[in-house]
Design a binder for this molecule. Structure first.
Ligand SMILES: NC(=O)c1ccc[n+]([C@@H]2O[C@H](COP(=O)([O-])OP(=O)(O)OC[C@H]3O[C@@H](n4cnc5c(N)ncnc54)[C@H](O)[C@@H]3O)[C@@H](O)[C@H]2O)c1
Length: 347
């Protein structure tokens, strides 16, 4: 299968690229190389003759048409997006242009190509989205595929808008689409502005471990390589026009998560005295901070037979070890604009 992956130099896209190439798929990685990208993420796939790279911006429709004509993909996996909620609070414009207009361009370029190719039956446009489109849960309940959309940040609103466009292109033009909405990912190559790498790297540097608000916000964590596995399953076996929620059923409050990471670090790289947990510091909360996300993954489990391969404890242990072993990857990224700076408190 020849897969056009957008955002393949980012965190999740690169996991998809690595897994797809390792399984013998041909991959075209389309990425604008924004601040969040790193081509080292795909170094292990880049030497393969199954892999090619196109630096392109999904806001540039003409460039997308060229890439579709040149590579003639069997399927599209669309992950390119602005993805950091804190940045969306300070600068929502890029989120509107990339996540909404960019997805519109991708849909139109894909539709033009699909029509010109004679509407091949196996063609799929797989749109990768987030559970944040469903809004915020109270103490009980889980998001299902039937949960109403209720996005509350510029990031989640832009992703919700893109999901609606994808469904509309299916209903109106018959474009063969599948959608997925996933919970929070973690694992290797996670850009060092997101909570888990920030905590690991600040701990090692002797810096404060920032907890937004009182740390009670709950997220449902999924190991990124398990997400990539689920995405390849959905693009191959998912039913047309259907969406699948993907989650690891691993709810943790932010405080619990940070305490777990500190415990793993205490065991692997003990401090001279005390625990890394002594560095925990409570900071001003994010405006409109969603209280709780939790995914009901029954549909993908029952219809497609998917299950995550690691528990959250195993995945966090692997992740901490990866950061301990890969300073050459994360060190240069810490110098990028906005990394290590508190963003998203101005609203
Ligand atoms: N990280 C999560 O926990 C999570 C959870 C569920 C869903 N998602 C979704 O998965 C996708 C990937 O998320 P991620 O965490 O890997 O993001 P990321 O920020 O790590 O990577 C995004 C990639 O998209 C590229 N990109 C951004 N704007 C572009 C543009 N205009 N044209 C072309 N490329 C562009 C960037 O260069 C980068 O390589 C996103 O659509 C996100 O909404 C993420």
């Amino acid at each position: 299968m020849k897969i056009l992956v957008t955002g393949g130099a980012g965190f999740i896209g690169s996991a998809v690229v690595r897994l797809a190439v390792s399984r013998g798929h041909e991959v075209v990685n389309l990425d604008a190389l924004t601040y969040a990208a790193c081509l080292d993420n795909v170094a292990e796939a880049a030497g393969s003759n199954l892999y090619s790279f196109e630096q392109a911006d999904i806001r540039d429709r003409a460039r997308l048409d060229e890439i579709f004509s040149l590579h003639r993909p069997d399927v599209v996996m669309h992950l390119a997006a602005e993805s950091h909620v804190d940045r969306s609070i300070d600068g929502p414009g890029d989120f509107i242009l990339t996540n909404i207009n960019g997805t519109y361009n991708m849909l139109e370029a894909a539709r033009a190509y699909w029509v010109s190719a004679g509407k091949p039956a196996g063609f799929r446009f797989h749109h990768i989205s987030t559970d944040e489109v469903f809004g915020s849960l109270g103490a009980e309940g889980q998001f299902t595929e039937e949960t109403s959309y209720d996005p509350r940040s510029p990031y989640s609103a832009s992703k919700a808008a893109s999901d609606h466009l994808v469904r509309a292109w299916h209903e109106t033009y018959g474009l063969p689409v599948v959608l997925t909405n996933c919970s929070n990912n973690y694992g290797p190559y996670h850009f060092p502005e997101k909570l888990i790498p920030v905590v690991i790297l600040n701990a090692l540097a002797g810096k404060p471990l920032p907890i937004y608000g009182d740390g009670s916000n709950v997220r449902d964590w999924l190991y990124v390589e398990d997400h990539a596995d689920a995405l390849l399953l959905v693009v191959e076996k998912g039913a047309l026009g259907r969406s699948y929620n993907i989650g690891g059923e691993n709810e943790r409050s932010n405080l619990q998560l940070v305490q777990t990471l500190c415990g793993i670090l205490d065991a692997k790289r003990p401090k001279a005295s005390g625990s890394y947990a002594d560095q925990i510091t409570y900071v001003t909360d994010r405006p409109g901070h969603d209280a709780r996300y939790a995914i009901d993954p029954s549909r993908i489990r029952e219809e497609l037979g998917w299950r995550p391969s690691v528990t959250v404890e195993q995945g966090l242990e692997k992740t901490v070890q990866w950061y301990l072993d890969n300073e050459a990857w994360w060190k240069p990224l810490q110098a990028r604009a906005g990394v290590g700076v508190r963003l998203g408190v101005k609203a």
